[in-house]
Design a protein around this ligand. Sequence first.
Ligand code: SAH
Ligand code: SF4
Ligand code: F3S
Length: 465
Amino acid sequence: MSSRIIETANITEQSVYITRVAELLKERKMNTPKACVTTYGCQQNVSDSQHYKGLLIKMGYELTDNPEGADFILFNTCAVREHAEDRVWGNVGAMKKYKAKNPSIILAVCGCMVQQEKNAKRFMSSYPYVDIVFGTQVWHRLPEFIYRRLRGDRRICELTIDNAEIPEGVPVFNDGGFKGFVPIMSGCDNFCSYCIVPYVRGRERSRSSSAIINEARDLINSGVKEIMLLGQNVNSYGKGLNEDINFASLLRQVNDIPGDFRIKFMTSNPKDCTEELLDTMACCDKVERHLHLPFQSGSDTVLKRMNRKYTAESYLKIISYARQKMPDITFTSDVIVGFPDESEDDFEKTLELVSRVGFSALFTFIYSKRNGTPAAAMPDGVTRQQKGVRFDRLLKLQEKMSKKVLDSMVGKTVKVLCEEYSGGYAFGKDEHQLNVKFSSPEDLTGKFANVKIISADDVLIGEKV
Ligand code: SAH
Ligand code: SF4
Ligand code: F3S
Protein backbone atom coordinates (compact mmCIF):
# COMPACT_ATOMS: atom_id res chain seq x y z
CA MET A 1 0.00 0.00 0.00
CA SER A 2 1.27 3.47 -0.79
CA SER A 3 -0.20 6.86 -0.15
CA ARG A 4 0.58 10.45 -0.99
CA ILE A 5 -0.27 13.14 1.50
CA ILE A 6 0.30 16.77 0.60
CA GLU A 7 -1.80 18.99 2.81
CA THR A 8 -4.06 21.41 0.95
CA ALA A 9 -7.09 23.30 2.17
CA ASN A 10 -9.75 21.00 0.76
CA ILE A 11 -7.96 17.89 1.90
CA THR A 12 -7.48 19.29 5.39
CA GLU A 13 -11.23 19.75 5.53
CA GLN A 14 -11.71 16.15 4.43
CA SER A 15 -9.27 14.96 7.12
CA VAL A 16 -11.71 16.33 9.70
CA TYR A 17 -14.51 14.27 8.13
CA ILE A 18 -12.27 11.19 8.00
CA THR A 19 -11.77 11.46 11.76
CA ARG A 20 -15.49 12.07 12.37
CA VAL A 21 -16.53 9.05 10.30
CA ALA A 22 -13.99 6.90 12.15
CA GLU A 23 -15.42 8.11 15.48
CA LEU A 24 -19.03 7.52 14.44
CA LEU A 25 -18.24 4.01 13.25
CA LYS A 26 -16.58 3.25 16.60
CA GLU A 27 -19.45 4.75 18.57
CA ARG A 28 -21.79 2.42 16.74
CA LYS A 29 -19.53 -0.46 17.72
CA MET A 30 -18.74 -1.26 14.12
CA ASN A 31 -15.30 -2.62 14.85
CA THR A 32 -14.47 -3.78 11.36
CA PRO A 33 -16.92 -2.06 9.04
CA LYS A 34 -16.57 -3.36 5.51
CA ALA A 35 -16.55 -1.42 2.24
CA CYS A 36 -16.99 -2.79 -1.27
CA VAL A 37 -15.96 -0.71 -4.32
CA THR A 38 -17.00 -1.87 -7.82
CA THR A 39 -15.39 -0.16 -10.81
CA TYR A 40 -16.48 0.11 -14.45
CA GLY A 41 -14.72 1.81 -17.35
CA CYS A 42 -11.19 2.89 -18.08
CA GLN A 43 -7.95 2.96 -16.10
CA GLN A 44 -8.77 6.50 -14.96
CA ASN A 45 -11.73 5.07 -13.12
CA VAL A 46 -9.63 2.26 -11.68
CA SER A 47 -7.20 4.90 -10.45
CA ASP A 48 -10.05 6.97 -8.97
CA SER A 49 -11.28 3.86 -7.16
CA GLN A 50 -7.80 3.40 -5.68
CA HIS A 51 -8.28 6.85 -4.15
CA TYR A 52 -11.74 5.91 -2.81
CA LYS A 53 -10.20 2.81 -1.28
CA GLY A 54 -7.40 4.91 0.25
CA LEU A 55 -9.98 7.23 1.82
CA LEU A 56 -12.15 4.33 3.07
CA ILE A 57 -9.18 2.67 4.75
CA LYS A 58 -8.34 5.96 6.49
CA MET A 59 -11.95 6.13 7.75
CA GLY A 60 -11.54 2.69 9.32
CA TYR A 61 -13.22 0.48 6.72
CA GLU A 62 -11.85 -2.89 5.69
CA LEU A 63 -12.09 -3.58 1.94
CA THR A 64 -14.05 -6.50 0.56
CA ASP A 65 -14.90 -7.63 -2.97
CA ASN A 66 -18.31 -8.89 -1.92
CA PRO A 67 -21.21 -6.43 -1.54
CA GLU A 68 -23.03 -8.97 0.62
CA GLY A 69 -22.22 -8.11 4.21
CA ALA A 70 -20.60 -4.76 3.31
CA ASP A 71 -21.54 -1.66 5.33
CA PHE A 72 -20.58 0.76 2.56
CA ILE A 73 -21.08 -0.08 -1.11
CA LEU A 74 -19.78 2.13 -3.94
CA PHE A 75 -20.30 1.80 -7.70
CA ASN A 76 -17.84 3.87 -9.76
CA THR A 77 -19.47 4.07 -13.18
CA CYS A 78 -18.62 4.64 -16.87
CA ALA A 79 -20.71 6.34 -19.56
CA VAL A 80 -18.64 5.73 -22.67
CA ARG A 81 -21.02 3.23 -24.28
CA GLU A 82 -24.59 2.18 -23.63
CA HIS A 83 -23.56 -1.31 -22.58
CA ALA A 84 -21.41 0.09 -19.74
CA GLU A 85 -24.44 1.99 -18.40
CA ASP A 86 -26.87 -0.92 -18.73
CA ARG A 87 -24.74 -3.09 -16.45
CA VAL A 88 -24.78 -0.41 -13.75
CA TRP A 89 -28.58 0.01 -13.70
CA GLY A 90 -28.93 -3.73 -13.18
CA ASN A 91 -26.14 -4.18 -10.67
CA VAL A 92 -27.11 -1.21 -8.49
CA GLY A 93 -30.70 -2.49 -8.61
CA ALA A 94 -29.50 -5.81 -7.23
CA MET A 95 -28.32 -4.02 -4.05
CA LYS A 96 -31.92 -3.36 -2.99
CA LYS A 97 -32.15 -6.76 -1.29
CA TYR A 98 -29.09 -6.08 0.92
CA LYS A 99 -30.44 -2.70 1.89
CA ALA A 100 -33.84 -4.24 2.72
CA LYS A 101 -32.13 -6.68 5.10
CA ASN A 102 -29.89 -4.05 6.65
CA PRO A 103 -31.10 -0.43 6.24
CA SER A 104 -27.92 0.95 7.86
CA ILE A 105 -25.89 0.07 4.75
CA ILE A 106 -24.75 3.15 2.83
CA LEU A 107 -25.02 2.74 -0.95
CA ALA A 108 -23.27 5.26 -3.21
CA VAL A 109 -22.98 5.66 -6.99
CA CYS A 110 -20.35 7.95 -8.54
CA GLY A 111 -18.36 8.59 -11.71
CA CYS A 112 -18.98 9.45 -15.35
CA MET A 113 -22.45 7.96 -15.71
CA VAL A 114 -24.00 9.90 -12.83
CA GLN A 115 -22.33 13.11 -13.93
CA GLN A 116 -25.03 13.20 -16.62
CA GLU A 117 -27.91 14.88 -14.89
CA LYS A 118 -30.59 12.62 -16.32
CA ASN A 119 -28.87 9.59 -14.83
CA ALA A 120 -28.34 11.26 -11.45
CA LYS A 121 -32.03 12.20 -11.42
CA ARG A 122 -33.06 8.66 -12.23
CA PHE A 123 -30.98 7.32 -9.33
CA MET A 124 -32.53 9.91 -7.00
CA SER A 125 -36.10 9.25 -8.12
CA SER A 126 -36.28 5.55 -8.99
CA TYR A 127 -33.56 4.12 -6.72
CA PRO A 128 -34.61 5.38 -3.25
CA TYR A 129 -32.20 2.94 -1.60
CA VAL A 130 -29.21 4.79 -3.12
CA ASP A 131 -27.92 7.14 -0.41
CA ILE A 132 -25.24 9.15 -2.19
CA VAL A 133 -24.79 10.17 -5.85
CA PHE A 134 -21.66 12.17 -6.66
CA GLY A 135 -19.88 13.31 -9.81
CA THR A 136 -16.36 13.20 -11.21
CA GLN A 137 -15.00 16.44 -9.76
CA VAL A 138 -16.05 16.08 -6.12
CA TRP A 139 -14.56 12.64 -5.60
CA HIS A 140 -12.18 13.76 -2.84
CA ARG A 141 -15.24 14.74 -0.73
CA LEU A 142 -16.28 11.12 -0.14
CA PRO A 143 -15.55 11.34 3.66
CA GLU A 144 -17.87 14.35 3.97
CA PHE A 145 -20.67 12.56 2.09
CA ILE A 146 -20.38 9.43 4.24
CA TYR A 147 -20.30 11.52 7.42
CA ARG A 148 -23.43 13.45 6.49
CA ARG A 149 -25.32 10.28 5.67
CA LEU A 150 -24.13 8.45 8.80
CA ARG A 151 -25.32 11.41 10.84
CA GLY A 152 -28.78 11.00 9.30
CA ASP A 153 -28.81 13.86 6.77
CA ARG A 154 -30.98 13.67 3.68
CA ARG A 155 -29.84 11.67 0.64
CA ILE A 156 -26.99 13.43 -1.16
CA CYS A 157 -26.64 14.35 -4.84
CA GLU A 158 -23.51 16.41 -5.58
CA LEU A 159 -22.55 16.99 -9.21
CA THR A 160 -20.56 20.24 -9.13
CA ILE A 161 -18.20 20.64 -12.10
CA ASP A 162 -16.06 23.73 -11.46
CA ASN A 163 -12.95 22.55 -13.31
CA ALA A 164 -10.81 23.49 -10.32
CA GLU A 165 -7.28 22.18 -9.85
CA ILE A 166 -6.98 18.43 -9.35
CA PRO A 167 -6.92 17.90 -5.56
CA GLU A 168 -3.61 16.67 -4.20
CA GLY A 169 -3.07 14.78 -0.99
CA VAL A 170 -5.84 12.21 -1.33
CA PRO A 171 -4.64 8.86 0.02
CA VAL A 172 -4.26 6.05 -2.53
CA PHE A 173 -4.57 2.33 -1.97
CA ASN A 174 -2.54 0.63 -4.67
CA ASP A 175 -4.28 -2.71 -5.12
CA GLY A 176 -2.46 -3.32 -8.40
CA GLY A 177 0.46 -5.11 -6.69
CA PHE A 178 3.59 -4.49 -8.75
CA LYS A 179 1.67 -2.26 -11.17
CA GLY A 180 0.92 1.33 -10.29
CA PHE A 181 -1.23 4.02 -11.88
CA VAL A 182 -0.16 7.64 -11.82
CA PRO A 183 -2.81 10.05 -13.12
CA ILE A 184 -1.08 13.00 -14.78
CA MET A 185 -4.15 14.90 -15.94
CA SER A 186 -7.89 14.83 -15.87
CA GLY A 187 -10.67 15.82 -18.26
CA CYS A 188 -10.61 16.27 -22.02
CA ASP A 189 -10.97 19.30 -24.31
CA ASN A 190 -11.07 17.46 -27.62
CA PHE A 191 -14.80 16.94 -28.07
CA CYS A 192 -14.61 14.08 -30.56
CA SER A 193 -18.16 14.16 -31.89
CA TYR A 194 -19.14 10.68 -30.62
CA CYS A 195 -17.63 10.94 -27.16
CA ILE A 196 -19.23 11.72 -23.80
CA VAL A 197 -15.97 12.04 -21.84
CA PRO A 198 -15.47 15.86 -22.19
CA TYR A 199 -19.00 16.41 -20.85
CA VAL A 200 -18.69 14.12 -17.86
CA ARG A 201 -15.07 14.68 -16.90
CA GLY A 202 -14.89 18.42 -17.58
CA ARG A 203 -11.96 20.49 -18.82
CA GLU A 204 -8.44 19.24 -19.21
CA ARG A 205 -6.28 19.93 -16.14
CA SER A 206 -2.75 18.71 -15.48
CA ARG A 207 -1.08 17.86 -12.19
CA SER A 208 2.24 19.49 -11.36
CA SER A 209 5.28 17.51 -12.45
CA SER A 210 6.60 17.44 -8.87
CA ALA A 211 3.40 15.77 -7.60
CA ILE A 212 3.63 13.21 -10.41
CA ILE A 213 7.32 12.47 -9.91
CA ASN A 214 6.93 12.17 -6.13
CA GLU A 215 4.06 9.75 -6.54
CA ALA A 216 5.89 7.65 -9.13
CA ARG A 217 8.98 7.58 -6.91
CA ASP A 218 6.91 6.47 -3.90
CA LEU A 219 5.39 3.65 -5.93
CA ILE A 220 8.77 2.51 -7.25
CA ASN A 221 10.29 2.64 -3.75
CA SER A 222 7.42 0.48 -2.53
CA GLY A 223 8.35 -2.20 -5.11
CA VAL A 224 6.15 -1.28 -8.08
CA LYS A 225 7.67 -2.46 -11.39
CA GLU A 226 5.34 -0.84 -13.87
CA ILE A 227 4.20 2.77 -13.84
CA MET A 228 1.24 3.66 -16.03
CA LEU A 229 0.88 7.40 -16.66
CA LEU A 230 -2.80 8.16 -17.14
CA GLY A 231 -4.81 10.80 -18.97
CA GLN A 232 -7.50 11.00 -21.66
CA ASN A 233 -4.96 12.70 -23.88
CA VAL A 234 -1.51 12.51 -22.33
CA ASN A 235 0.08 14.26 -25.32
CA SER A 236 -1.43 17.56 -24.27
CA TYR A 237 -0.06 17.26 -20.72
CA GLY A 238 1.18 20.54 -19.24
CA LYS A 239 -1.20 22.99 -20.89
CA GLY A 240 -2.26 25.62 -18.38
CA LEU A 241 0.40 24.74 -15.79
CA ASN A 242 2.70 27.39 -14.33
CA GLU A 243 5.73 25.37 -15.38
CA ASP A 244 7.33 25.03 -18.79
CA ILE A 245 6.68 21.35 -19.42
CA ASN A 246 5.14 18.99 -21.96
CA PHE A 247 4.52 15.25 -22.01
CA ALA A 248 7.89 14.43 -23.59
CA SER A 249 9.80 16.23 -20.84
CA LEU A 250 7.63 14.64 -18.14
CA LEU A 251 8.38 11.21 -19.63
CA ARG A 252 12.13 11.94 -19.46
CA GLN A 253 11.79 12.93 -15.80
CA VAL A 254 9.94 9.72 -14.93
CA ASN A 255 12.54 7.74 -16.89
CA ASP A 256 15.29 9.37 -14.77
CA ILE A 257 13.86 8.04 -11.49
CA PRO A 258 16.35 5.41 -10.30
CA GLY A 259 15.17 1.79 -10.23
CA ASP A 260 14.31 -1.21 -12.39
CA PHE A 261 10.81 -0.48 -13.69
CA ARG A 262 8.83 -0.01 -16.89
CA ILE A 263 6.84 3.02 -18.00
CA LYS A 264 3.58 2.88 -19.95
CA PHE A 265 1.14 5.63 -20.82
CA MET A 266 -2.49 5.92 -21.93
CA THR A 267 -3.94 7.49 -24.05
CA SER A 268 -2.23 9.32 -26.89
CA ASN A 269 -4.26 11.26 -29.40
CA PRO A 270 -2.64 11.14 -32.87
CA LYS A 271 -3.43 14.80 -33.43
CA ASP A 272 -0.72 15.80 -31.00
CA CYS A 273 1.64 12.85 -31.14
CA THR A 274 4.81 14.80 -31.94
CA GLU A 275 8.19 13.73 -33.31
CA GLU A 276 9.63 15.08 -30.05
CA LEU A 277 7.53 12.56 -28.12
CA LEU A 278 8.65 9.65 -30.36
CA ASP A 279 12.31 10.77 -30.15
CA THR A 280 11.92 10.87 -26.36
CA MET A 281 10.39 7.38 -26.25
CA ALA A 282 13.30 6.13 -28.37
CA CYS A 283 15.92 7.41 -25.92
CA CYS A 284 14.11 6.49 -22.69
CA ASP A 285 15.21 2.96 -21.80
CA LYS A 286 12.37 2.38 -19.32
CA VAL A 287 9.53 3.36 -21.66
CA GLU A 288 7.97 0.32 -23.29
CA ARG A 289 8.48 -0.24 -27.02
CA HIS A 290 4.78 0.01 -27.66
CA LEU A 291 2.37 2.81 -28.45
CA HIS A 292 -1.38 2.75 -28.02
CA LEU A 293 -2.57 5.24 -30.63
CA PRO A 294 -6.34 5.15 -31.27
CA PHE A 295 -7.16 5.92 -34.91
CA GLN A 296 -10.98 5.31 -34.73
CA SER A 297 -11.46 5.21 -38.51
CA GLY A 298 -9.35 4.92 -41.68
CA SER A 299 -11.63 7.22 -43.66
CA ASP A 300 -10.83 10.93 -43.77
CA THR A 301 -14.50 11.80 -44.26
CA VAL A 302 -15.44 9.92 -41.11
CA LEU A 303 -12.44 11.30 -39.18
CA LYS A 304 -13.57 14.78 -40.10
CA ARG A 305 -17.10 14.11 -38.89
CA MET A 306 -15.62 12.59 -35.73
CA ASN A 307 -13.69 15.85 -35.17
CA ARG A 308 -10.46 13.92 -34.76
CA LYS A 309 -8.24 16.54 -36.45
CA TYR A 310 -5.88 14.17 -38.33
CA THR A 311 -6.06 12.15 -41.53
CA ALA A 312 -5.26 8.53 -42.33
CA GLU A 313 -2.12 9.75 -44.07
CA SER A 314 -0.88 11.86 -41.16
CA TYR A 315 -1.59 8.88 -38.87
CA LEU A 316 0.52 6.59 -41.08
CA LYS A 317 3.31 9.17 -41.03
CA ILE A 318 3.46 8.99 -37.24
CA ILE A 319 3.62 5.20 -37.45
CA SER A 320 6.44 5.26 -39.95
CA TYR A 321 8.43 7.88 -38.02
CA ALA A 322 8.03 5.82 -34.85
CA ARG A 323 9.25 2.68 -36.68
CA GLN A 324 12.22 4.54 -38.06
CA LYS A 325 13.24 5.57 -34.53
CA MET A 326 12.26 2.27 -32.83
CA PRO A 327 12.29 -0.55 -35.39
CA ASP A 328 10.87 -3.10 -32.93
CA ILE A 329 7.95 -0.94 -31.70
CA THR A 330 4.44 -2.43 -31.67
CA PHE A 331 1.17 -0.55 -31.96
CA THR A 332 -2.31 -1.07 -30.60
CA SER A 333 -5.35 1.04 -31.30
CA ASP A 334 -9.05 1.74 -30.75
CA VAL A 335 -11.49 1.61 -33.67
CA ILE A 336 -15.15 2.53 -33.94
CA VAL A 337 -17.22 0.55 -36.43
CA GLY A 338 -20.52 1.93 -37.73
CA PHE A 339 -20.13 5.64 -36.98
CA PRO A 340 -23.29 7.40 -38.31
CA ASP A 341 -23.55 7.02 -42.08
CA GLU A 342 -20.20 5.19 -42.37
CA SER A 343 -20.26 3.90 -45.96
CA GLU A 344 -18.93 0.58 -47.21
CA ASP A 345 -16.08 2.52 -48.78
CA ASP A 346 -15.29 4.29 -45.47
CA PHE A 347 -15.18 0.92 -43.75
CA GLU A 348 -12.85 -0.52 -46.43
CA LYS A 349 -10.47 2.34 -45.61
CA THR A 350 -10.47 1.25 -41.96
CA LEU A 351 -9.55 -2.29 -43.09
CA GLU A 352 -6.83 -0.86 -45.33
CA LEU A 353 -5.30 1.11 -42.47
CA VAL A 354 -5.37 -1.98 -40.24
CA SER A 355 -3.52 -3.95 -42.96
CA ARG A 356 -0.98 -1.23 -43.52
CA VAL A 357 -0.05 -0.64 -39.87
CA GLY A 358 -0.08 -4.23 -38.60
CA PHE A 359 -1.33 -3.62 -35.06
CA SER A 360 -0.50 -6.25 -32.46
CA ALA A 361 -4.01 -5.81 -31.00
CA LEU A 362 -7.11 -3.72 -31.60
CA PHE A 363 -9.87 -2.60 -29.26
CA THR A 364 -12.90 -2.55 -31.51
CA PHE A 365 -16.20 -0.91 -30.64
CA ILE A 366 -19.52 -0.65 -32.41
CA TYR A 367 -20.61 2.99 -32.37
CA SER A 368 -22.88 3.72 -29.43
CA LYS A 369 -25.07 6.81 -29.54
CA ARG A 370 -24.41 9.15 -26.59
CA ASN A 371 -27.14 11.74 -26.08
CA GLY A 372 -25.84 15.27 -25.96
CA THR A 373 -22.89 14.64 -28.30
CA PRO A 374 -22.88 16.10 -31.85
CA ALA A 375 -22.82 12.62 -33.44
CA ALA A 376 -26.09 11.72 -31.72
CA ALA A 377 -27.83 14.21 -34.01
CA MET A 378 -26.22 12.86 -37.20
CA PRO A 379 -28.42 10.81 -39.51
CA ASP A 380 -27.47 7.14 -39.54
CA GLY A 381 -28.49 4.96 -42.45
CA VAL A 382 -26.30 2.00 -41.45
CA THR A 383 -28.28 -0.89 -40.04
CA ARG A 384 -27.32 -2.81 -36.90
CA GLN A 385 -26.85 -5.87 -39.04
CA GLN A 386 -24.43 -4.09 -41.42
CA LYS A 387 -22.48 -2.83 -38.42
CA GLY A 388 -22.29 -6.36 -37.07
CA VAL A 389 -21.01 -7.75 -40.36
CA ARG A 390 -18.34 -5.04 -40.56
CA PHE A 391 -17.33 -5.67 -36.97
CA ASP A 392 -16.79 -9.38 -37.68
CA ARG A 393 -14.79 -8.63 -40.84
CA LEU A 394 -12.54 -6.30 -38.87
CA LEU A 395 -11.99 -8.91 -36.15
CA LYS A 396 -11.09 -11.57 -38.73
CA LEU A 397 -8.54 -9.29 -40.39
CA GLN A 398 -7.08 -8.30 -37.03
CA GLU A 399 -6.67 -11.95 -36.02
CA LYS A 400 -4.41 -12.43 -39.04
CA MET A 401 -2.48 -9.24 -38.35
CA SER A 402 -1.92 -10.15 -34.68
CA LYS A 403 -0.59 -13.54 -35.70
CA LYS A 404 1.86 -11.87 -38.10
CA VAL A 405 3.22 -9.64 -35.34
CA LEU A 406 3.62 -12.65 -33.02
CA ASP A 407 5.37 -14.71 -35.74
CA SER A 408 7.82 -11.86 -36.35
CA MET A 409 8.98 -12.11 -32.72
CA VAL A 410 10.34 -15.68 -33.00
CA GLY A 411 14.10 -15.73 -32.36
CA LYS A 412 14.12 -12.40 -30.49
CA THR A 413 14.92 -11.95 -26.81
CA VAL A 414 12.46 -9.85 -24.82
CA LYS A 415 12.15 -8.59 -21.24
CA VAL A 416 9.04 -9.98 -19.59
CA LEU A 417 7.36 -8.62 -16.48
CA CYS A 418 5.85 -11.77 -14.98
CA GLU A 419 2.23 -11.44 -13.87
CA GLU A 420 1.15 -14.99 -13.07
CA TYR A 421 2.56 -18.40 -12.31
CA SER A 422 0.78 -21.69 -12.77
CA GLY A 423 1.55 -25.28 -13.71
CA GLY A 424 5.28 -24.56 -13.90
CA TYR A 425 4.79 -21.71 -16.36
CA ALA A 426 5.30 -17.98 -15.92
CA PHE A 427 3.00 -15.61 -17.83
CA GLY A 428 3.62 -11.95 -18.45
CA LYS A 429 3.99 -9.10 -20.90
CA ASP A 430 7.13 -7.97 -22.68
CA GLU A 431 8.22 -4.43 -23.57
CA HIS A 432 6.05 -4.62 -26.69
CA GLN A 433 2.95 -5.35 -24.63
CA LEU A 434 2.86 -8.90 -26.05
CA ASN A 435 1.84 -11.90 -23.94
CA VAL A 436 4.65 -14.32 -23.23
CA LYS A 437 4.64 -17.75 -21.59
CA PHE A 438 7.76 -19.66 -20.49
CA SER A 439 8.56 -22.55 -18.22
CA SER A 440 10.13 -21.68 -14.90
CA PRO A 441 10.91 -23.76 -11.82
CA GLU A 442 10.21 -20.72 -9.61
CA ASP A 443 7.36 -18.24 -9.29
CA LEU A 444 8.66 -15.02 -10.87
CA THR A 445 5.49 -12.95 -10.38
CA GLY A 446 6.38 -9.28 -10.09
CA LYS A 447 9.88 -9.84 -11.49
CA PHE A 448 11.50 -9.19 -14.86
CA ALA A 449 12.96 -12.07 -16.88
CA ASN A 450 14.84 -12.11 -20.19
CA VAL A 451 13.16 -14.62 -22.47
CA LYS A 452 14.12 -15.92 -25.91
CA ILE A 453 11.04 -16.48 -28.06
CA ILE A 454 10.99 -19.92 -29.64
CA SER A 455 7.50 -20.09 -31.12
CA ALA A 456 4.27 -18.20 -31.48
CA ASP A 457 0.84 -19.58 -30.70
CA ASP A 458 -1.98 -17.39 -29.27
CA VAL A 459 0.81 -16.02 -27.11
CA LEU A 460 4.59 -16.01 -27.51
CA ILE A 461 6.32 -19.07 -26.11
CA GLY A 462 9.89 -18.73 -24.93
CA GLU A 463 12.76 -19.91 -22.79
CA LYS A 464 14.34 -17.97 -19.97
CA VAL A 465 17.92 -16.91 -20.81
N1 SAH B 1 -9.15 9.48 -24.78
C1 SAH B 1 -9.00 8.30 -25.52
C2 SAH B 1 -10.23 7.44 -25.59
C3 SAH B 1 -11.09 7.23 -24.41
S1 SAH B 1 -12.54 6.34 -24.68
C4 SAH B 1 -8.61 8.66 -26.96
O1 SAH B 1 -8.99 9.68 -27.45
O2 SAH B 1 -7.97 7.87 -27.56
C5 SAH B 1 -11.91 4.79 -25.27
C6 SAH B 1 -12.41 4.41 -26.59
O3 SAH B 1 -13.80 4.19 -26.55
C7 SAH B 1 -12.22 5.43 -27.70
O4 SAH B 1 -10.94 5.41 -28.23
C8 SAH B 1 -13.25 5.00 -28.71
O5 SAH B 1 -12.73 4.05 -29.60
C9 SAH B 1 -14.32 4.33 -27.86
N2 SAH B 1 -15.53 5.16 -27.79
C10 SAH B 1 -15.68 6.39 -27.25
N3 SAH B 1 -16.93 6.83 -27.42
C11 SAH B 1 -17.60 5.86 -28.11
C12 SAH B 1 -18.93 5.71 -28.61
N4 SAH B 1 -19.82 6.67 -28.46
N5 SAH B 1 -19.25 4.57 -29.24
C13 SAH B 1 -18.34 3.59 -29.42
N6 SAH B 1 -17.08 3.67 -28.98
C14 SAH B 1 -16.71 4.79 -28.33
FE1 SF4 C 1 -13.19 11.21 -26.06
FE2 SF4 C 1 -11.81 12.26 -28.03
FE3 SF4 C 1 -11.38 13.10 -25.54
FE4 SF4 C 1 -10.61 10.66 -26.29
S1 SF4 C 1 -9.82 12.60 -27.08
S2 SF4 C 1 -11.69 11.20 -24.41
S3 SF4 C 1 -12.20 10.05 -27.72
S4 SF4 C 1 -13.23 13.37 -26.74
FE1 F3S D 1 -15.80 5.63 -19.04
FE2 F3S D 1 -15.39 7.89 -17.81
FE3 F3S D 1 -13.35 6.40 -18.48
S1 F3S D 1 -16.86 7.53 -19.44
S2 F3S D 1 -14.06 5.35 -20.31
S3 F3S D 1 -14.90 5.85 -17.04
S4 F3S D 1 -13.41 8.60 -18.44
